[in-house]
Design a protein. Structure first.
Length: 478
């Protein structure tokens, strides 16, 4: 049978909300084929029935309506029709069967029980077009005048997030795609973390004018999703034309700050400082990292993503890194690095991720599981989306990201740009921001939170971060 969704609804691998992250989102108005009989699962608002499609994916039934009921089996006499001219069509009621009574089929919001909010995260209320237009008018032009009296200011935004002169609509390009991003250009993590709706659209936080330095394998020149490259650096030969033979640096840049011509990154308005410190990630030397880090600090980076991991370093190299990372922290620069790309079973301590002042990042997949290539470590802070993210190549081809923890680190770098744009005064020291990410992370194993060599403090949780930054924010609109 076919169902239609009345609100944006998560896709899940099981009929439960607590077993891993959602697989994705099916949007309001979409129609899909599902099995005729729903399955029982977690009860939400007293409704424990879930639809299941032929892929085995599940959808909570509380915000879906049956639009095409299952066809009844043919009657016995109809199964044995004699040969000859076709019998005339029967005008029965079988084509207009109502949905089975055991399947909840809400027609509209008025049919919902009063004072019954939908649990956070399972579905998202999508206002009707008129509501959206009125909200947009209030946001752009200030309080509306109704009957000669100023209307109350919109309640969705607290004063902390109301756009100031530097982030007003007039200060941002009117053609910015992130204002109304095509869904097909968002990777699964940007959708699942509600970054487009809660950070970009509602609060105009897209990393505008925040500088992210990426120290990796360079970028592909002329990439359609990387128009905001502000400066480049190459080690050891600055005379060579910029290129990315491996592709990892380009992918990381798209994940962090893709402008959305093909694929969006987390902070599509961020400025990029591209430091090419090696042709391949495994060929990067400690000297290359030190040179790139020193350049990024001098270039005025707000965030530096050191997309490299060394299993061991000499004492003098470690000391040189400590001096530079301490200098960066003293300038309120946020430093992030991958915990390591390795399949070793024993926990490791890799550099620079294990150093003070550096946020150590591992990778998880769209099911919330630690990626097999994400190294275990006693210095792991948190996991971030790092597998199966949509990226674009220089010619516009779309594909999945490389299996490297550098991708998860780039995702975090982009997210830090959103926080840094909000916190323009820089009253928060880097360690305070890192502690905010640790405290709000989704922990899978609360009994050893922060000591888990596989998950650290847990998974990056942008919505909980937003709640901490703005105490008046109660979560996504329902």
């Amino acid at each position: 049978m076919k169902i239609r969704f009345l609100e944006d609804t998560y896709i899940r691998s099981t009929p439960h909300t607590g077993l891993g992250l959602p697989l994705g989102t099916v949007f309001k108005g979409a129609e899909i084929e599902v099995e005729a009989t729903p399955v029982e699962g977690e009860a939400i608002d007293g409704i424990n029935l879930w639809f299941r499609d032929n892929k085995g994916w599940h959808y909570w039934s509380g915000r879906a309506v049956v639009v095409e009921p299952p066809k009844p089996p043919p009657k016995k006499e109809e199964q044995r029709q004699p040969e000859g001219p076709a019998a005339p069509a029967r005008a029965g009621r079988e084509e207009e069967l109502p949905p089975p009574p055991s399947i909840p089929a809400f027609i509209d919001e008025k049919a919902l029980p009063a004072n019954k909010p939908i649990p956070e995260g399972e579905t998202r209320h999508v206002p009707v077009l008129e509501e959206l237009m009125q909200a947009e008018k209030r946001f752009r032009g200030g309080p509306e005048i109704a009957g000669g009296q100023p209307a109350a200011p919109p309640q969705a935004l607290s004063r902390s997030f109301m756009p100031g002169p530097e982030s007003s609509a007039s200060a941002i390009s009117g053609s910015a795609l992130w204002r109304n991003p095509p869904v097909g250009r968002l990777n699964w993590a940007v959708r699942n973390c509600l970054i487009a709706s809660e950070w970009w659209q509602l609060r105009q936080l897209a990393g505008t004018d925040i500088r992210i330095a990426l120290l990796s394998t360079g970028i592909a020149p002329g990439h359609p999703d990387l128009p905001n490259v502000e400066a480049v650096f190459q080690y050891p030969d600055a005379s060579k034309p910029m290129q990315d033979l491996q592709g990892l640096g380009t992918q990381a840049a798209v994940v962090a700050a893709g402008a959305g011509q093909v694929v969006f990154g987390v902070a599509p308005e961020a400025r990029l400082l591209v430091g090419k410190i090696g042709e391949q990630d495994h060929l990067i030397t400690p000297e290359g990292l030190l040179a790139g880090l020193e350049w990024a600090i001098g270039a005025g980076a707000d965030i530096i993503a050191m997309l490299v991991d060394f299993p061991s370093l000499q004492d003098q190299q470690i000391e040189a890194l400590r001096q530079l990372t301490g200098q960066a922290a003293g300038r309120n620069i946020l430093l992030v690095a991958p915990v390591g790309t390795a399949a070793n079973k024993a926990p490791e301590s890799r550099y620079p991720a294990s150093l003070d002042h550096v946020l150590s990042v591992g990778a998880h997949d769209q099911f919330g599981q630690r990626c097999s290539f994400s190294a275990k470590s006693y210095h792991l802070d948190l996991l971030a989306p790092g597998e199966g993210l949509k990226v674009s190549a220089s010619a516009g081809q779309v594909g999945d990201s490389a299996k490297s923890v550098a991708i998860a680190t780039a995702f975090v770098a982009g997210f830090l740009a959103l926080i840094r744009q909000w916190e323009q005064s820089r009253d928060l020291a880097p360690e305070a921001i890192f502690e905010l990410l640790r405290k709000t992370a989704v922990s899978r194993r609360p009994f050893n939170r922060g000591e888990d060599v596989e998950y650290g403090y847990g998974q990056l949780n942008p919505i909980e971060v937003l709640k901490k930054l703005d105490p008046s924010y109660l979560g996504p609109a329902r």
